[in-house]
Design a protein around this ligand. Structure first.
Ligand code: UD1
Ligand code: MG
Length: 404
């Protein structure tokens, strides 16, 4: 028994070893690229600092490349047994690996294009959809299960399971769009993009480790192959991106992360569970809706406002005339005001000053001006607590809704 177990896990041990090497490689590589990126005009201004110096942008491309190289070198490892025995090669598993890497590689390119060219919003929705097509094709060929088990309370109406057919593919395509963009719009304080991604990746890995002893262990092992090197390279980026940031991660990193999560969720067959690890991102998205759909004016940057005197961050605001809002906008804001989750100041002329609708500003509205590193720590703690909640929903609570 133990022999089977060790055989089953040896690719993971190899993966861990390669991840450790890739961590040290990335940590050393990032500073070497700093000046090169600034010379190539790839830099941003840190808006929350006294002396807004040039900070190289889009360093996610470096971690992304090391991640991909690690994965490329890893490709033969899970298949060594078959290669040496020269029999029954599992082409279906092999093609899953290649399609996963193709989608991630594609997204890395698109993210970098976004950082260099500043793409429009419609592209940000279109590109991840297209990048996920190879993945959906492989899912169709290999698995094509679009059945979902209905929760117990709804069974009198829908029966034990429902086949969603095409809708399930639409869902998976949208998952890629959501994961990529949701991370990108929960950003603006040093270390947050990588910090939240690391918590999500760690949560996915814990989930995979737990499920490794179950009967679909292969899918979870597949997910771990990707998560471990991803975490190693991102941890290296985190080191340089933490307050005060020496480098910015860019949309490249957000896209790469979102796509990697979508890939393991889809091909690891846990594309619904994975959303549980995105609770803060879902809240941020829902709260942002009025601005994302331009019901309320949305400035180019919604990150908190920096106060030079106190060196603290406070809410940033958007200003508009109440009479110019349409019905839908008024409804959304009425809901937010009733729930007391927005800062709202209205003068006699009907001019409204409202905080930009992001989770970051909401936290600042609740706790008042805060220094940048403390704010990032609070937001990462929220992400961790949400993951704890996710595990409670997935394990103890799931038995209320499903027979497990
Ligand atoms: C998203 C957000 C935007 C937010 C921006 C900040 C939406 C719809 N878009 O836009 O509101 O302002 O991310 O990342 O919600 N920056 C800092 N400190 C940081 C990180 C970024 O000052 O810790 C600034 C830098 O000037 C950097 C720029 O933000 O150059 C990067 O912005 P970018 O990633 O291009 O913005 P978006 O992802 O389009
Ligand atoms: Mg961004």
């Amino acid at each position: 028994d133990r022999e089977v177990l060790s055989k089953m896990n040896y690719p993971i041990y190899a993966n861990v070893l390669m991840s450790v090497v890739s961590y040290f490689l990335t940590v050393r590589l990032i500073p070497k690229f700093r000046d090169m990126f600034i010379k190539g005009n790839l830099y941003g201004i840190d808006m929350n600092k006294k002396d807004g110096g040039k900070v190289p942008e889009a360093l996610g491309v470096v971690t992304g490349c090391v991640f991909l190289i690690t994965m490329f070198l890893f490709i033969p490892v899970p298949f060594t047994d078959y290669i040496f025995k020269n029999a029954d090669f599992p082409h279906n598993e092999f093609v899953e690996m290649l399609a996963a890497l193709l989608s991630i590689c594609c997204m890395l390119l698109l993210g970098f294009a976004d950082d260099v060219l500043d793409l429009r919003w419609r592209h940000k929705l279109l590109l991840p959809t297209i990048a996920s097509l190879p993945l959906l094709m492989v899912y169709y060929v290999n698995f094509n299960s679009t059945l979902i088990i209905v929760p117990k309370p709804l069974r009198p109406w829908f029966g034990l399971s429902v086949d969603l057919w095409l809708l399930y593919y639409v869902y998976m395509g949208m998952l890629a769009v959501f994961c990529t963009n949701a991370i990108n719009i929960l950003a603006g304080v040093n270390g947050l993009e990588v910090g939240q991604s690391l918590v999500i990746a760690a949560s996915i890995s814990i989930f995979n480790l737990v499920e490794l002893s179950g009967n679909v262990w292969k899918a979870h092992q597949f997910s771990l192959y990707f998560m471990l090197p991803y975490m190693a390279t991102s941890l290296a980026l985190f080191k340089h991106n933490w307050y005060p940031s020496q480098v910015f991660v860019g949309d490249t990193f957000c896209y790469l992360s979102g796509m990697t999560f979508a890939v393991v969720g889809i091909l690891g067959h846990f594309s619904k569970t994975i959303l549980l690890f995105f609770i803060p991102q879902i809240i941020n998205f829902l709260y942002s809706i009025p601005q994302l759909f331009h019901l309320v004016p949305c400035p180019r940057h919604r990150l908190p406002r920096y106060n030079k005197e106190t060196d603290k961050l406070d809410i940033s605001v958007t200003v508009f005339k109440k009479s110019e809002l349409n019905v839908l906008a008024k409804l959304c804001l009425w809901v937010f005001r009733t729930l007391k989750i927005v800062s709202w100041k209205e003068d006699k002329t009907g001019l409204v000053t409202c905080n930009n609708l992001t989770l970051i500003n909401f936290i600042l509205y609740m706790i008042g001006p805060t220094s940048e590193p403390s704010l990032t720590i609070i937001l990462i703690l929220i992400q961790i607590m949400s993951s704890v909640l996710a595990f409670m929903i997935r394990y103890p609570l799931a038995s209320v809704f499903y027979d497990i």
